[in-house]
Design a protein around this ligand. Structure first.
Ligand code: SAM
Ligand code: SF4
Length: 335
């Protein structure tokens, strides 16, 4: 008998339970971070991008199939027109209890306007990317953004009661020396902070190996100054967390290049064009937009999802020396 979407949890070919979806709602962005995009990025024509209704339908199907945590991302999710309406309609799954966590990753530039309505719709926490506290450095990294916008966004998030995690990509030339100050600042504000190794995704204008920082070395040097107590918790993703005894804050490290983290992977990613990537660090891709647009019946979409999961790769294959290791940009898959 054919399985209905609600029949089973999503389990991949290696027995990993898939319960976490990152859904990109746009490839566009109001920043051009040097490690993420080329300066003259070509964005997708609108017809290729899923409508808000299609995004809702797809996310809702995944939730029926076993997704418990949903993160909207991009590009910059808050530049997608109507994104609050999407949060609003998805919040019904929080109310029904089918979804445990609805959240987003944002560059924070628009958060001052969005924090309060998002909190009202059931968003409890938000990841905000911030790579430097120095206004000039920040403008260089983002190619022209204003740090004051992000700081205003962070203040609004705090005011709205959102729990904040700062994501910082470690960059040899742009923030390496300032990383301890970043950690101290974030913890002073009551924010957790996660350091991320730059991953070789998509052609950019710079040579990534010039900017690559091995975070295992950063951890060693921070451990020489602070007491880092390992935390057992994991989100089923690449981050490993430590408690900094002196600040009381939480510090995460995402080290895809210097370590692998794939054994317990619980996540999949869908681009704003409806392409399912079962691994951030591999080229595997399955189109869900065609079956989604071909019929109002979700069964063929569910079948395509299960087919992709059966082939989810065992692990990623990132190598910083290969330019790029994965052809698509992070802004396509959404980080
Ligand atoms: N625009 C939003 C933001 O910046 O938070 C969401 C999308 S962004 C692609 C998601 C995360 O990916 C950000 O924390 C960003 O710093 C990170 N990122 C982008 N390109 C990356 C790369 N090549 N390697 C590692 N992290 C990257
Ligand atoms: Fe935009 Fe986020 Fe990429 Fe920066 S990291 S260019 S903010 S999508």
């Amino acid at each position: 008998m054919a399985q209905s979407p609600a029949d089973a949890r999503m389990v991949d070919g290696f027995g990993r339970n898939i319960s976490y979806l990152r859904l990109s709602v746009t490839d566009r962005c109001d920043m051009r971070c040097v490690y993420c995009m080329a300066e003259d990025m070509q964005f997708l024509p609108k017809r290729d991008v899923l409508s808000l209704e299609e995004l809702d339908r797809l996310a809702s199907l995944f939730i029926r199939m076993g997704v418990k945590r949903l993160r909207l991302t991009g590009g910059e999710p808050l530049v997608r027109k109507g994104v609050l309406g999407l949060f609003q309609s998805l919040s019904r799954h929080l109310q029904s209890g089918q979804l445990q966590d609805l959240t987003l990753t944002t560059n924070g530039a628009q958060l001052a306007r969005f924090a309060e309505p998002l909190a009202r719709l059931g968003v409890r926490r938000v990841n905000v990317s911030l790579d430097s506290l120095d206004p000039e450095r920040f403008a260089r990294i983002t190619r022209g953004a204003k740090i004051s916008d992000v700081l205003d966004g962070l203040a609004a998030a705090r005011e709205a009661g959102l729990k904040v995690k700062i994501n910082t990509v470690a960059l040899a030339q742009d923030n390496f020396e300032a990383l301890p100050d970043m950690v101290r600042w974030a913890h002073d504000q009551g924010f957790d902070l996660t350091l991320i190794e730059a991953m070789p995704m998509g052609e950019i204008d710079e040579d990534r190996s010039d900017q690559f920082v091995d975070l295992s070395k950063v951890r060693q040097s921070l451990a020489a100054v602070w007491t880092l107590n390992p935390l057992a918790e994991t989100t089923g993703g690449p981050a490993r967390y430590w408690q900094v005894a002196e600040t009381g804050g939480k510090l995460g490290f995402i080290t895809p290049l210097s370590h692998t983290f794939c054994e317990a992977c619980n996540r999949i990613r869908v681009t704003c064009t409806g392409t399912l990537h079962t691994c951030l660090g591999q080229e595997d891709a399955v189109d869900l937009r065609a079956p989604l647009r071909a019929s109002a019946d979700d069964a063929p979409v569910a079948e395509a999802i299960r087919g992709a999961l059966a082939l989810k790769p065992k692990g990623h294959d990132f190598q910083i020396s290969r330019r790029p290791s994965v052809a698509r940009h992070m802004s396509t898959t959404g980080g």
